[in-house]
Design a protein around this ligand. Structure first.
Ligand SMILES: Nc1ncnc2c1ncn2[C@@H]1O[C@H](COP(=O)(O)OP(=O)(O)OP(=O)(O)O)[C@@H](O)[C@H]1O
Ligand SMILES: [Mg+2]
Length: 477
């Protein structure tokens, strides 16, 4: 099917603008090229264009300002942001400002074509009175991150929020699955209706069924009254089925039927009832593993993963750590009435850890450090003070560290996965001393004088200790 419509291209790079123009025209669309934000606004105002292709980096004004201005004038004109690689900083803001989609620069002709097609289809729907707004972000500001992996997540949210498609969010624990599920709901036409999270792993099979589908009085021992299920309570809204992979195959069959038929039958009820809910599910197992898992039904998996949003672990997007730390600092400063700041040395030091508990672990670490801090500047000590931690975390970390210890040659630094492990694991005093010296050397980037000052010992004591503990000081530069 060929496309029809008028595309306004806004780019201050004439060469690139011409390439975009010819690509658009090749698709049979009418293209108009302008090279400044002010011209774009003038054209948008007087002429009827159907979609705007807007460069984020314009000479005279920021593309974001132009986007906001277009938005304030028209809610139904889709704007596709074009962002040069390495200038993705504003992608999160662009989601908030309701860009329809993004494409990276340089883009492939196919990419542009498919973005244009979606935008034009959406525009047509708007004209026909179907009002599903692409991205009305209300909570997304709390999703922090500028790494390309996170930008891909924003794009996906912007793209799928407005639809009713079932979404499966996968990612390790603490990567933000619930946050993303809420963003999907808040940016959807369902946002005025309930968002109900259900932790599937926390219920037995029977209880989960009756919680979700409801039951009638007397349908099983203990069913004293009729009970409306969450599927009915959430009418018009979104159900977030967390830890979906923890459900039994028997339950999975029932859920599949509900999704397919959009009807639920309360336990013990003679008839089914129609339901209108969007399902967003989450798992911390990898989707490809689920496909080969014995305990997860493939038919349900196909159905759930119409759209699969995979959240990357924090260790694969360490460039987000500084932003996240700032974000959490603001939050906890406000909460505890403090004004703690993080020097760049401390941020660099935090970036070296793998954070197996992902953003949640970092968040807890910052909270604890802000609470413990006295001088107003966060230092590694604030993160390393002993506080009792839940057993679960210790267990997780023990595993990670055990793996690290085994693979590390005795004279090399063991890369700790998070800053707390020194205090959490039973080990000899000598080992604690060794790790503390190594951590300090990393913190000072191998500066022995500074390290010895921070350790409160003389430089020669540091040399002696290093020799005794088998630390090669020159390697630590
Ligand atoms: N990108 C992010 N920006 C800001 N905060 C985040 C981000 N990702 C996660 N968080 C915060 O980290 C914590 C954990 O996030 P969330 O509960 O969404 O993770 P999860 O993937 O559902 O974890 P689990 O699998 O353990 O349930 C929350 O407090 C959340 O607000
Ligand atoms: Mg969760």
């Amino acid at each position: 099917m060929s496309l029809r419509g008028r595309v306004l291209i806004v780019d201050d790079d004439p060469e690139f603008g011409l390439v975009a123009q010819s690509l658009v025209e090749l698709e049979g669309l009418t293209a108009q090229l302008v090279n400044s934000g002010s011209e774009a606004l003038a054209v948008c105002g007087e002429q009827n264009c159907d979609v705007v292709l807007l460069d984020l980096m314009l000479g005279d004004v920021s593309g974001l300002d132009v986007l906001r201005e277009i938005r304030s004038r028209s809610e139904t004109l889709p704007v596709i942001m074009v962002t040069a690689h390495g200038s993705m900083e504003s992608a999160a803001e662009a989601v908030q400002a309701e860009a329809f989609d993004y494409i990276g620069k340089p883009f492939r002709a196919e990419e542009l074509k498919s973005a244009l097609r979606r935008a034009l289809e959406w525009r047509k729907q708007q004209r026909n009175g179907h009002n599903n707004h692409p991205a009305k972000t209300t909570t997304s500001p709390s999703i922090v991150g500028r790494s390309s992996a996170m930008v891909a997540v924003y794009r996906a949210i912007a793209r799928v929020a407005a639809t009713d498609s079932t979404v499966l969010i996968s990612g390790e624990s603490g990567t933000g699955k619930e946050l993303v599920a809420r963003a999907l709901h808040d940016n959807s036409p369902r946002s005025k209706r309930p968002f109900i999270p259900v932790n599937c792993g926390a219920f037995t099979e029977t209880l989960l069924e009756s919680e979700l589908f409801g039951h009638v009085r007397g349908s099983f021992t203990g069913a004293m009254a009729n009970h409306r299920g969450i599927f009915e309570t959430a009418t018009g809204g979104t159900i977030f089925l967390d830890e979906i992979s923890e459900t039994s195959p028997a339950f999975q069959v029932k859920l599949l039927r509900v999704i397919q038929e959009q009807e639920v039958r309360p336990v013990g009820a003679p008839e089914s009832r129609r339901v209108d809910v969007r399902i967003v599910a989450a798992t911390n197992r990898r989707v490809q593993d689920l496909f080969s898992a014995e305990d997860f039904r493939r038919d349900l998996l196909y159905r759930l993963s119409v759209i699969n949003l995979e959240l990357p672990p924090l260790r694969e997007r360490k460039e987000d750590i500084p932003l996240l730390v700032e974000h959490f600092l603001q939050r906890f400063n406000a909460r505890f009435g403090k004004a703690v700041t993080a020097p760049s040395e401390t941020i660099d030091w935090l970036c070296q850890f793998d954070w197996p508990g992902n953003v949640r672990e970092l968040e807890n670490a910052v909270e604890r450090a802000v609470t413990l801090n006295v001088g107003g500047k966060l230092l590694p000590e604030d993160f390393m003070q002993f506080t009792p931690t839940p057993l679960v975390r210790v267990a997780v970390q023990t595993q990670t560290i055990a793996a690290n210890v085994q693979s590390a040659a005795p004279e090399t630094a063991i890369a700790p996965s998070s800053p707390f492990w020194i205090c959490e694991l039973p080990r000899t005093l000598e080992e604690v001393e060794r790790q503390h010296i190594l951590a300090m050397l990393r913190y000072t980037k191998g500066n022995k004088l500074r390290a010895s000052e921070l350790l409160g010992i003389g430089r020669y004591s540091l040399y002696r200790k290093a020799e005794r503990l088998g630390i090669d000081l020159n390697q630590e530069d």
